[in-house]
Design a protein around this ligand. Structure first.
Ligand SMILES: [Zn+2]
Ligand SMILES: [Zn+2]
Length: 771
């Protein structure tokens, strides 16, 4: 038997996920001698053995890798034979400034759930975890990922846990948060009468009684608090809504198991896989059997997830109900609460009891949200179990900080050729959220040993993120909003060339000082041109139109058909708008008072949603487009006409047809479908025109409007049918939560080429004041 020696380097997410013990076990199985250690970029293996055995060893490594690990590359080099006698795990040595990947949090594994029924020291222990599962990013403060650097530090391991922790053949070998009934964290239940329960069995019983009894519970989760109640009880859900002041937003639901999800919601195989994945995101699914109205407030989709903490499983074992509302534990607009004291104070008037535990959450995380379109996972909110997994670019990103946008903010930092995107932060206009932003930036900086050298930010000078970037006193690269959207999707797919970019969203400042959002770009990672866009329409009252979409509908009618027509239509199409308010909007339009111009796709959806009466007042972000999508009929092929003139897309013919349909009593679901089809056809027509003039065949879709399933699905299908290569978002949100990646990619590319692109707003026509 000929012995050969190799050095095997594994790059990717292979630290903090049980990779070294996994390699150790495989080496034993395949009679490999040598050692394994963590290095800066991943895991390094010295392997000696028979060639066949080594091949099997490497194959098994790929096939059986721990669930949360991600092998990016395996490099194999022949080495001189040293003559190892056995296989060992070498201790981690100190880390340099290079990036070390930190594992996201992982849902409890089946083996641990089993241990909770069989291991004497872990019977019913709700913080059971192992190297394959449990908290990670939520508890880590600094690297390396060792227990004393996490919020597990105050808990001293008992002898049993310690022997598991040091036994290389144990599933808990080097599981940093290892704990049991004798030594780990525990729950406390705070009742509204001031009583505090500490015995777990009593707590579980009480919580079950409260939830089955229509009560509201605040409960500390993995990345923050949840507010919870019986999802099948309309009264309880309505009360939770009322108390939380959550306006109309749909509430997420945790189901006991997959079977229950399937009873109520349509689940295809990809969605099923996603629901059950170790990330356990919220998955948006279409309703089959209705849940109480207040859960989704009339939308036909529900955000569903499965249990991911041991406590969730323990709850459903005892509960009568098989579904719980699990909405972020925050007050409207604020970040999700993570602090026990604050939770007790803030939930006092909302929850009937507050369930806490005595391990600190260091990094705050909301539940992540996904959907499946055209067979692919699409992340809409990237947080728990996704962050801080990195994205690899083919450019040097070192020292870059991208500040993100304003509304659904995430920021990003660059290390080496990687991008680390922050968890979902939220709306920076809220002061608490802005604090969370600044704090998270400091924590990313510390955790990843980040040294800032160049910042990238949105062109909008009033965004808090832009101001934050300016205050770093580093040079700031300004990047136009819609260019950043396209660049984000390009970066996700490693594109670095000229493409046709379709960027549809609600609001972003354009280089002409107007509000953009229905944009067709020819761009690369450095700069862009804007050959086509939706026609500019006045936005009477600026941002107020987002709350009152009827203003946009009135503006479109005024723009396309004039004052007399709009007046004539008032009673028919806007019967709910008082004469005074109606007249005021008309005066604003005629005199262009507080009327910024916008080419926004979001506002077009708002206008149609209001015109059809589907949504005339919006109580939360993007409600009008979401409702319009929700009512659309399937299998309608018709569309409305439109016109393209001098680089602008006019929807005049569409509105004429749409009003005819309304007057002829066509159903709203048909009208909505026809409208969606029209937008898809607009994209097709413009892309064909652009392809003829430029020869480009790659089309990149981005922007919040592509969260609309119908739009994304049909646009992709139609463009592919026409022979285009279509790229859309998968792991990064298409909404503003993905913009930081694009900003960072553009900054990296500009720095690399030394190209100075001066992007500034033309002040002669500045409409910022109106935004
Ligand atoms: Zn486990
Ligand atoms: Zn223990």
């Amino acid at each position: 038997m000929i012995v050969e020696a190799y050095k095997i380097e594994i790059k990717g997410l292979v630290q903090g996920v049980g990779f070294r013990p996994f390699v150790y076990k495989l080496a034993k199985r395949h009679a490999i001698r040598g050692n394994v250690e963590n290095n800066n970029e991943g895991v390094l293996i010295q392997a000696e053995g028979n060639r066949n055995h080594i091949q099997q060893f490497i194959r098994a490594m790929k096939a059986e890798a721990p669930v949360a690990s991600k092998i990016a590359a395996i490099n194999i080099k022949v080495e001189p034979i040293i003559g190892f006698e056995n296989f060992s795990i070498l201790p981690s040595h100190s880390y340099s400034n290079e990036i070390t990947e930190v594992s996201p949090d992982i849902a409890v594994c089946d083996a641990c759930l089993e241990d909770m029924k069989s291991q004497p020291h872990r019977i019913d222990y709700p913080f059971t975890n192992c190297t394959h599962c449990g908290p990670r990013f939520s508890i880590i403060k600094v690297l390396p990922y060792d227990r004393h650097n996490t919020t597990m530090a105050p808990f001293k391991m008992c002898d049993t846990c310690h022997s598991e922790y040091t036994d290389v053949s144990d599933r808990r070998f080097h599981a940093q948060p290892v704990a049991c009934n004798h030594c780990g964290p525990g729950y406390s239940l705070h009742l509204s009468n001031g009583e505090i329960l500490n015995d777990f069995e009593t707590i579980l019983e009480k919580v079950v009684r409260l939830l089955d009894g229509e009560k509201i519970l605040a409960m500390k989760g993995l990345g923050g608090f949840h507010l919870s109640c019986d999802a099948f009880n309309e009264d309880a859900v309505r009360l939770l809504r009322l108390k939380k002041n959550r306006e109309g937003k749909p509430l997420a639901v945790m189901f006991a198991d997959l079977e229950t999800v399937k009873n109520y919601l349509h689940v295809n195989p990809e969605e099923e896989k996603l629901l059950q994945s170790w990330r356990r995101p919220i998955v948006l699914l279409r309703e089959k059997k209705p849940l109480p109205f207040s859960v989704s407030n009339g939308l036909n989709t529900v955000g569903a997830m499965l249990p991911y903490m041991p406590f969730h499983y323990q709850l459903f074992e005892k509960l009568q109900t098989s579904a719980l509302v699990m909405t972020s534990g925050n007050l409207s607009g604020e970040p999700v609460l993570i602090d026990n004291e604050k939770a007790l104070e803030k939930f006092a008037g909302i929850a009937d009891a507050v369930l806490t535990y005595n391990r600190e959450i260091y990094n705050r995380l909301d539940d992540s949200v996904c959907m499946v379109v055209n067979g692919k996972e699409r992340v809409i909110r990237r947080s728990r179990a996704y962050v801080p997994a990195s994205i690899t670019l083919s450019h040097n990103t070192e020292g870059l900080f991208a500040a993100g946008a304003e509304l659904v903010n995430c920021f990003a930092i660059g290390k080496g050729n990687k991008v680390l995107m922050s968890q979902y932060i939220g709306d920076l206009k809220n002061p608490e959220t802005l604090d969370f932003y600044a704090e998270s930036f400091q924590r990313f900086r510390q955790l990843f040993r980040f040294k800032l050298s160049l910042a990238a930010a949105d062109l909008h000078p009033d965004y808090f993120s832009t101001k934050f970037a300016m205050e770093t006193e580093m040079p700031v690269e300004l990047i136009q909003h819609h260019h950043a959207h396209i660049a984000s999707c390009m970066a996700e797919h490693n594109l670095d060339e000229k493409v046709i970019g379709i960027s549809f969203d609600g609001t972003g400042l354009g280089t002409d000082g107007k509000i953009w959002g229905g944009e067709f770009l020819i761009c690369d990672l450095i700069d862009f041109e804007r050959p086509f866009h939706f026609e500019n329409i006045l936005q009477p009252g600026g941002d107020l139109t987002i709350r009152q979409p009827w203003r946009m509908a009135a503006s479109c009618l005024y723009h396309y058909f004039g004052e007399d027509f709009l007046r004539k239509m008032h009673g028919k199409l806007f019967p709910y708008v008082e004469q005074e308010a109606f007249d005021m909007v008309l005066v604003m339009l005629k005199n262009r008072i507080n009327c910024p111009e916008t080419s926004s796709a979001g506002r077009l959806f708002d206008a149609v949603s209001a015109l059809t009466g589907v949504c005339t007042e919006a109580s939360y972000h993007a409600e009008a487009p979401m409702r319009l999508e929700s009512v659309a009929a399937e299998n309608v092929r018709d569309s409305y006409p439109f016109a393209i003139q001098e680089g602008q897309i006019s929807f005049k013919p569409m509105f004429a047809g749409l009003i005819d349909d309304l007057e002829n009593g066509k159903s709203l679901s048909v009208i909505s479908a026809k409208f969606h089809n029209t937008v898809v056809e607009v994209v097709e027509k413009v892309v064909e025109k652009l392809s003829v003039t430029t020869g480009l065949k790659k089309v990149v879709l981005s922007g919040g409007s592509f969260q609309n399933k119908i739009l994304l699905k049909n646009t992709e299908i139609l463009l592919r049918k026409k022979g285009f290569e279509v790229y859309s978002h998968e792991q990064v949100p298409s909404n503003d939560g993905g913009i930081a990646l694009g900003q960072l990619a553009v900054a990296a590319r500009r720095r690399e080429t030394g190209e100075i692109v001066k992007q500034e707003v033309n002040n002669s026509d500045n409409q910022l004041n109106n935004q």
